[in-house]
Design a protein. Structure first.
Length: 287
């Protein structure tokens, strides 16, 4: 048995388009059905949304010419269930492609403008054929095929996991900075990215922004934080919280190593450098 995991920017998909406009919201997709050649009745579940998130989704749906009806069906403690009736149908469907290649759905959600699926396949050739078709439907951001047992495939993923430090590789892509990525999508996370960065004396990370909230906790040494035109000294356990789009950077001006832990409430973290000559914009950043 084989498991295929993929992420795609799906051309013409209404939910995928909305996810790109509202990247901080995680959309779960339990399903829907075709009510006419040009209309789909579908249910969306917002994962751990704020009241503002719910309002933003409803505003988007009500203002979209592709949506005929939308309503909040139920507000749960950590989720919100929304129904939408479309007035158009995408030319391509991941659901149809999955069924065509005789794969079965394990999980589907949208986050950060990427439609993400986990499916099971009896033969590797089915997964490979599905991947080739997906490439014609939009931008395939990532995919992986792994051989698994039926037990592992059908059971729910573990609710906890230990990432052992001895198994981690050090990222030295930025001079003077060593990065350890502790939690991310590749390690099984669905909503969290976390790691530790260690700065040698004199090392600095360029001025940058992120597409999601960030929390940084100084663990050892002393740092200088440059943020929105201000410079602040930081010491052990000093904590920084920055919303998306806030320009900031960290510098180690001391003669000793400085390290901090960083956390993001997303697995689709983008790091954009203010001065493009510093470094190219990257995906999951050093901090």
């Amino acid at each position: 048995m084989y498991k295929l995991e993929f992420g795609i920017v799906h051309r013409g998909c209404i939910v995928n388009e909305m996810s790109g406009v509202l990247p901080a919201i995680r959309f779960l997709c339990p399903g829907g059905f075709l009510v006419s050649p040009t209309s789909v009745d579908e249910v969306l579940v917002l994962d751990n949304p704020s009241e503002q998130d719910i309002a933003s989704v409803l505003d988007y749906l009500r203002s979209s010419p592709k949506i005929a009806e939308s309503e909040l069906l139920e507000r749960l403690p950590h989720r919100a269930v929304i129904r939408m009736l479309t007035s158009t149908v995408s030319e391509t469907s991941c659901s149809d492609a999955v069924a065509k290649h005789r794969c079965f759905l394990l999980e589907e959600f949208h986050e950060g403008g990427v439609e993400q699926w986990k499916v099971g396949c009896r033969d590797r050739s089915q997964a490979e054929a599905l991947v080739e078709e997906l490439k014609t439907m939009g931008e395939l951001k990532f995919h992986s095929i792994s051989k698994v047992s039926w037990k592992a495939l059908c059971e729910k993923d573990g609710e906890w996991k230990v990432v052992f430090g001895s198994n981690l590789s050090v990222d030295r892509s930025v001079p003077g900075i060593q990065g350890l990525r502790l939690v991310n999508r590749e390690k099984g996370a669905t909503t969290t990215t976390a790691g530790v960065a260690t700065f040698e004396p004199g090392a600095a990370f360029p001025l940058h922004t992120h597409n999601c909230e960030e929390t940084v906790i100084v663990l050892e040494g002393r740092a200088r934080l440059d943020i929105e035109g201000q410079s602040l000294p930081l010491g052990k356990y000093d904590t920084v919280f920055a919303r998306p789009g806030v320009q900031h950077r960290f510098v180690n001006e001391s003669q000793e190593p400085m390290s901090f832990a960083y956390f993001y409430p997303s697995v689709d973290v983008r790091c954009e450098f203010v001065d493009s000559s510093d470094l190219k914009s990257t995906g999951e950043g050093k901090e």
